[in-house]
Design a protein around this ligand. Structure first.
Ligand code: DGT
Ligand code: CA
Ligand code: CA
Ligand code: ZN
Length: 580
């Protein structure tokens, strides 16, 4: 396990111990252990390998042993047993924002509640708000947390299922009786979250493939099994459909089940207006009662051929959302979608100076191995106390550190000095302009007072955008996918202000954020907004999130010339100094 995963386990342990009412010494040992690792500025792997974990402040011998076990063996019997000793329902409670170990224990002790259903009832009946330490507000918050769980519960982050999908596709492709195989549906369109997974296969012998599919490890329930379609549910809650068609039908089925529904409706209309009927099975003559496939249809092998048949340019799956892609394809005005390998570096990354897991050197090394030319550092500012944000003095030190790093010539990667500066309640910035002005760039973000009215929040963010030193706006709505709605904000006014002030808006590429949403980008870039894909990395591993950002940029019709990250180092310097 890597450092970030181990920190996660230590935090879980402290919460589970709280939930079990263990003594606070024990609980604090895990909390301070997690914090010690978070603040660690030296290379974690080396420390473990040299057996020096126990020498870190805040980590005793016993905890050091557990950390070593996690590091080497990726699991810890103590943790597994602890988790198994807690009712699963209570662990689910912990997912509800505002419910920590102590509160869950309190609810459980006082009311004996162990299921979400019972918790919901207790909130509605007023039992929760009558509890010591709870009130009407907390009951309301729990209820909205439960409602969100229900609304989102059936969906999954695209990012979290990608490996799983890849394994299934590879398994299908490797199957001797499979001629062609692909994932379809929202996953293929790279939507930020997916409901169920859809797989399409071409084969003349479906039965053994259906057997293979329904026997994949982790299948919990087979909800349907037939000649052409099977559906399963996996232990991790994901549902998947497999459809098997003939080779001739494959491209039509793939196109149909890739969707979106809106895109399909428009394609069918286009077909009808030209005298054809398009379906998941093929293209048919609209008027002949027998729906006999027409000759040219046999020449359609790929989706590009299918679009061409209707005089359209190839429309990549990401664009098939019924948002003007067909008209654009007709007029040869589709965007040229960016590719991952066009990214030359990213901004908005955290290091051990604030709440990141890795040092500047480690981050740069990773950037180098990704083939990037530069990397920007934007640790938190002082108001983010819990994240160990930087005050003026520490900002100066950081600038010096980055300067000497660049002067040392030790790396092919140029480091840029930035900060993720808190936007305070009134829209002023957490650090003085005189300090901010010395940095290469400033990412301004809201991290507090989320419950302001839409007007207040919009004014607050616009005021920050208008500050001379602000280069980009961080996660503009603060949403957490499947978990929390963004704060109230008028995003189109924010976009207007950003364009007027030549401030970049980020695509926060953390798979849980993907904020600003792709649905806003098409219009915004057409009106001149600049974009930056920002992984908001808190570890070297998280730098990989940029790929999720590329997905969103593609869905948002963002082309290379509107994307900061495609510029070379001089181009970045030009933007930072002149906004050109
Ligand atoms: P999801 O699963 O909710 O994330 O979204 P999708 O897009 O994967 O939707 P899903 O799995 O229900 O269906 C896969 C595709 O099949 C969908 O994108 C378009 C096509 N499709 C499904 N139902 C209909 C329909 O009623 N009309 C049309 N035109 N297409 C449909
Ligand atoms: Ca689906
Ligand atoms: Ca489906
Ligand atoms: Zn942030």
């Amino acid at each position: 396990m890597d450092k970030a995963q181990i920190i996660g386990i230590l935090k879980d342990i402290s919460v589970f111990l709280e939930l079990k009412g263990e003594n606070s010494f024990k609980i604090r040992a895990y909390q301070s252990g997690a914090r010690a690792l978070e603040r660690l500025e030296d290379n974690f792997d080396n420390i473990v390998k040299e057996g020096k974990i126990a020498s870190l402040q805040g980590i005793g011998q016993a905890l050091a042993l557990k950390i070593e076990t996690l590091y080497h063996e990726s699991h810890l019997p103590f943790y597994d047993n602890l988790k198994a000793s807690i009712a699963p329902g209570l662990i689910e409670f912990l997912d509800i924002p505002g419910l920590g170990g102590k509160k869950v224990k309190h609810i459980h002790d006082a009311l004996g509640i162990e299921t979400i259903e019972a918790l919901k009832e207790a909130c509605e009946s007023g039992t929760i708000e009558a509890l010591d330490g709870f009130g009407a507000k907390s009951a309301e918050k729990i209820l909205s947390g439960i409602a969100n769980r229900e609304a989102y519960g059936k969906r999954h982050l695209w990012w979290s299922v990608q490996e799983f999908v890849q394994e299934i596709v590879s398994g299908l492709e490797a199957h001797a009786l499979v001629k062609r195989a692909s994932v379809a549906g929202s996953f293929r369109r790279r939507l930020e979250t997916v409901g169920d997974l859809d797989f399409i296969v071409a084969s003349d012998t479906p039965e053994p493939i259906m057997d293979w599919f329904t026997e994949i490890e982790g299948v919990k329930e087979i909800t349907a099994k037939g000649e052409t379609k099977s559906s399963v549910r996996f232990e991790n809650g994901i549902q998947a459909d497999l459809r098997i068609v003939t080779e001739k039908e494959f491209v039509f089925a793939l196109h149909h089940f890739t969707g979106s529904k809106d895109h399909n409706v428009m394609m069918r209309q286009r077909a009808l207006s030209r005298g054809y009927r398009l379906s998941e099975w093929g293209i048919f003559d609209k008027d002949s009662g027998e729906n006999i496939p027409i000759e040219e249809v046999n020449l359609i092998q790929t989706e590009a051929d299918l679009f061409k048949f209707f005089d359209l340019e190839m429309i990549e799956p990401e664009l098939r959302e019924g948002l003007g892609e067909i008209l654009a394809a007709e007029n040869k005005k589709l965007p040229r979608l960016i590719e991952s390998n066009e990214i030359k570096g990213v901004f908005h990354n955290h290091t051990t100076l604030s709440d990141g897991m890795n040092t500047l050197d480690e981050m740069v090394e990773q950037a180098e191995s990704l083939g990037w030319s530069y990397l920007g550092f934007a640790d938190h500012s002082k108001s983010s106390v819990q994240a160990n944000g930087l005050n003026e003095e520490r900002v100066h030190k950081m600038i010096e550190q980055i300067q000497s790093f660049n002067e040392s010539g030790s790396s092919s990667v140029t480091a840029f000095s930035g900060i993720e500066c808190d936007i305070l309640k009134d829209g002023t910035l957490d650090l003085d302009e005189s300090v901010l002005g010395q940095l290469d760039y400033v990412v301004a973000s809201v991290h507090s007072s989320f419950s302001q009215s839409e007007e207040e929040m919009t004014q607050r963010v616009i005021r920050a955008i208008e500050s001379p030193s602000v280069t980009m706006l961080g996660h503009p709505t603060g949403r957490l996918l499947l978990r929390r709605e963004g704060y109230q904000i008028n995003i189109s006014k924010v976009i207007d202000a950003a364009i007027a002030n030549k401030v970049i808006i980020e695509i926060n590429a953390n798979p849980q954020r993907l904020d600003m949403d792709w649905r806003f980008w098409k219009q915004a870039v057409q009106r001149g907004l600049m974009c930056s894909i920002n992984p908001d990395a808190h570890s070297i591993k998280n730098l990989g999130y940029y790929e999720a950002g590329v997905n969103i940029a593609r869905k948002g019709w963002v082309e290379a010339n509107s994307l900061l990250n495609t510029r070379d180092t001089d181009g970045i310097k030009r933007w930072f100094s002149k906004r050109l």
